[in-house]
Design a protein around this ligand. Structure first.
Ligand SMILES: [Zn+2]
Ligand SMILES: [Zn+2]
Ligand SMILES: [Zn+2]
Length: 354
């Protein structure tokens, strides 16, 4: 994630801000420019305060989803229009479900962060209007009173909104031994399933995938039963997998590894944006490490990342907190991250050149 600046006062502003806390100016996110911009408000629209031409409206979910994304008002705008992110959600709680609406806002905030990252990388986001069978759409459902399973099926990403409840998620996190169980983590995992056909199957790398992750043709039902039966996680899972859940099936291994790659990519981009520099044990200066959109090996990126994590974990411990990055990346896991890295870079290059 990048840090942004208010064009009126030069104060630091963040991706989620709709107000500059230094000068009080309104802020909004322009997706085409991947930038938070400072705004001048008019009666019926907003414009950029820095004089760059452009007429915008607020997304209609500005209040209900705390959405700060702008909709271009080029004459085709209609009242109540949603931004590019909110339009991707096809199911949401109704206005009477107060608790669920708070969770819905949290889920939308995580989704905007995910979309920013996918745009940064250059991965294609094809909506349901464009591809009615496999286009991407999100269903944010409250599991109160009915079972909801977080997952992905044919472009539809379903999220159980109780996952944004801290107490529930912490209980599940401990039950399942998942240090990074977060709403953003869920979305990064599910989007991996969405991209699998594009990045692996249609990219012609299925043989290499099977060598690295195993045979995805193995019965998923059996794997699921065995995993939740509690007897299948190998004791030495950390040697081969990025998480315990990844041991369940090659598809889940792909999704967990892909999500982890996005964690690293996002962390490196943030470090770069803030100009973080770490001297020990290896010099980590983020300059561009996250942005290498060419199909090269992942080694330098991981080296840079580990430098930061040693420093950040030490920082966390020094203020009495648990490690910020409680992972050890074994050589096997790094080779899986490398496959994901090359698959993403190849797809992004293909899309950007096309
Ligand atoms: Zn300001
Ligand atoms: Zn929106
Ligand atoms: Zn999954």
């Amino acid at each position: 994630m990048e840090a942004f600046r208010c064009s009126t006062c030069d104060g630091l502003v963040f991706f989620d801000n709709s107000l500059c806390l230094t000068c009080g100016s309104s802020l909004g996110y322009v997706r085409d420019e991947r930038a938070v911009v400072t705004l001048t408000e008019f009666d019926d629209h907003v414009e950029r305060a820095d004089g760059v031409p452009g007429r915008f409206q607020w997304c209609a979910n500005r209040l209900v989803a705390r959405c700060n994304w702008l909709v271009t008002d080029d004459g085709s705008w209609v009242p109540g229009a949603l931004c590019d992110s909110c339009r991707l959600t096809s199911v949401r709680p109704n206005d009477a479900e107060t608790d669920a609406l708070a969770a819905f806002a949290d889920a939308e905030a995580a989704k905007r962060r995910l979309l920013f990252q996918l745009d940064t990388i250059g991965l294609p986001i094809v909506d349901r209007d464009t591809d009615p069978d496999n286009g991407l759409t999100f269903e944010f459902l409250s599991s109160r009173g009915r079972p909801v399973t977080t997952g992905h099926q044919g472009g539809v990403i379903t999220l159980d909104l109780s996952e944004s409840d801290d107490a529930h998620r912490e209980f599940m996190r401990q039950q399942l031994g998942e240090p990074y169980r977060t709403v953003l983590g869920h979305l990064r995992h599910e989007i991996a399933h969405y991209y699998w056909p594009t990045l692996v199957e249609r990219a012609g790398t299925i043989d290499e995938f099977r060598t690295v992750f195993g045979d995805e043709g193995a019965s998923y039902e059996d794997a699921l039963a065995s995993h939740y039966g509690g007897d299948s996680t190998p004791a030495e899972w950390g040697e081969t997998h990025v998480s315990q859940y990844a041991t369940m099936h090659p598809w889940e291994d792909w999704a967990e590894t892909f999500a982890h790659y996005l964690h690293i990519h996002g962390g490196l981009q943030t470090a770069d944006s803030f100009g973080l520099h770490v001297d020990e044990p290896a010099r980590s200066s983020g300059a561009g490490a996250w942005a290498s959109a060419s199909p090269v090996a992942i080694g330098p990126m991981i080296g840079t990342w580990l430098g930061y994590t040693f420093a950040l974990n030490a920082m966390s411990r020094s203020i009495g907190q648990a490690d910020l990055y409680p992972f050890v990346l074994s050589p096997t896991v790094v080779s899986k991250l490398d496959f994901v890295h090359r698959a993403i870079a190849t797809a992004a290059t293909r899309v950007n050149v096309a």
